[in-house]
Structures are given as structure tokens and as C-alpha cells.
Write a protein that binds this ligand. Structure first.
Ligand SMILES: [Zn+2]
Length: 207
């Protein structure tokens, strides 16, 4: 990958994370009656002096930037595309903004409910931290023996899901940290690991 692409990818990762978090908080605020998120009344207040909502403006800028960056990679981001699509809806049949926000929130949460990093997920993660020395020792001896010795190999060899290191929450694509998808008030929410369906146990099908 060229240096420029790498930088673009990091930037994309940053703004998509920001977009998801901001989208959830804006949708909740809009569903509670604040107008301005989808721009339905922009024609009444073109310079935003009455209905101005900086976060909503930022959200639309982020969605546009995600769209153009993704486009460069020949991809799309469903969530931001959907948001832009809803922003473009006008006319007598369009839902008013608060109803639209409530419907969009339901749509998103049905799609992929965010999970707090707590309870069983946190316990599994803490167990991983506690066995770090054991993991390092295993990796060294496997490596010395000329066998696969990555972190993923350790978890797979011990019956854990190697994609989430046995935690049950999806990791970021670069394998560093867990994938945040939004917020529930003060607690950050994460995506369930698809490979083990959140169990943390290896259920790799033999092909
Ligand atoms: Zn998993």
C-alpha cells in the first residue's frame, strides 16, 4: 500500500468512528424534538442563525468526506450513505425530522446493537491480560520449534476465537483494540464478534 493510501485509510478510520458516535447522539437529540439534523428546514434558515446546530452540520460534513474517501477506495459506507439519503428526502410524504430520527435509530439498533465492554466481555479481556506472560512463553517456544506463533495462533490453539482473542467483541481491522460503534450515554458500545457470535470460543468450521 502506498503511503498516501495508508494516510487516507487512517483518516477514514478516524472520521468513521467520529461519525458513528456523533450520529447516535444527534439522532437521540433530534428524536427528542430538536430540528436541523436532516436539513429539512434549511430553506427557512439558510445561514443557520436560528436553527443552527453545529454537531448536525459537522455530521453532514463527515458523511460527505466519508463518501468521497470511500469512493477513492472503490467502496461505500452503508451507514453514512443512508444518512445522506435521508437528508435528501423531501416532500409531503417525508417524515418530520424527529420521527425520521426515531425510525433511523430503530433501524440502526436492529441492525447491530452495540454492546458495553462490561460483564463477561470485560472478564474475558482481563483474563487475557492476566495470562500475558503465559502467552509470551508459548509464542517463544512455538517460534523456537518453527511452528506458527502469532497471537492469533495462540488463541486458536487454545480453543478461543482467534478473531477477537476470545473476548466476543469485534476487533478493529488492524487487530489493535476493539471496534467501537457508538455510545449509550457515558459508556462506549462495541460490536459483537461475527466469527464466534460473541461466545469467544473457536467455532471455526472445517472446510
Ligand atoms: Zn470472536
Amino acid at each position: 500500500m502506498k503511503k498516501r493510501e495508508k494516510i487516507q485509510e487512517l483518516r477514514l478510520n478516524d472520521i468513521e468512528t467520529e461519525f458513528r458516535a456523533l450520529l447516535h447522539s444527534c439522532l437521540r437529540e433530534c428524536a427528542q424534538g430538536r430540528w436541523g439534523l436532516f436539513g429539512q428546514n434549511d430553506h427557512l434558515d439558510p445561514d443557520g442563525s436560528i436553527l443552527g446546530w453545529p454537531d448536525a452540520k459537522r455530521l453532514r460534513c463527515l458523511a460527505e468526506e466519508i463518501k468521497s474517501l470511500r469512493h477513492e477506495f472503490g467502496q461505500t459506507n452503508d451507514l453514512s450513505e443512508r444518512f445522506l439519503q435521508l437528508c435528501a428526502e423531501r416532500g409531503a410524504n417525508a417524515l418530520g425530522e424527529p420521527k425520521l430520527a426515531a425510525a433511523f435509530l430503530t433501524e440502526i439498533s436492529e441492525e447491530r446493537p452495540g454492546l458495553p465492554f462490561a460483564g463477561e466481555y470485560l472478564r474475558r479481556y482481563e483474563l487475557n491480560l492476566a495470562r500475558m506472560q503465559e502467552v509470551e512463553a508459548w509464542r517463544t517456544s512455538e517460534s523456537d520449534a518453527g511452528r506458527p506463533s502469532s497471537l492469533k495462533d495462540y488463541f486458536a490453539a487454545h480453543g478461543f476465537c482467534s478473531y477477537c482473542h476470545g473476548v466476543g467483541l469485534a476487533m478493529n481491522a488492524d487487530g489493535m483494540g476493539y471496534k467501537a460503534v457508538g455510545w449509550d450515554r457515558e459508556s462506549q458500545l462495541f460490536e459483537q464478534c461475527d466469527f464466534c457470535e460473541g461466545t469467544g470460543v473457536s467455532i471455526e468450521k472445517s472446510s
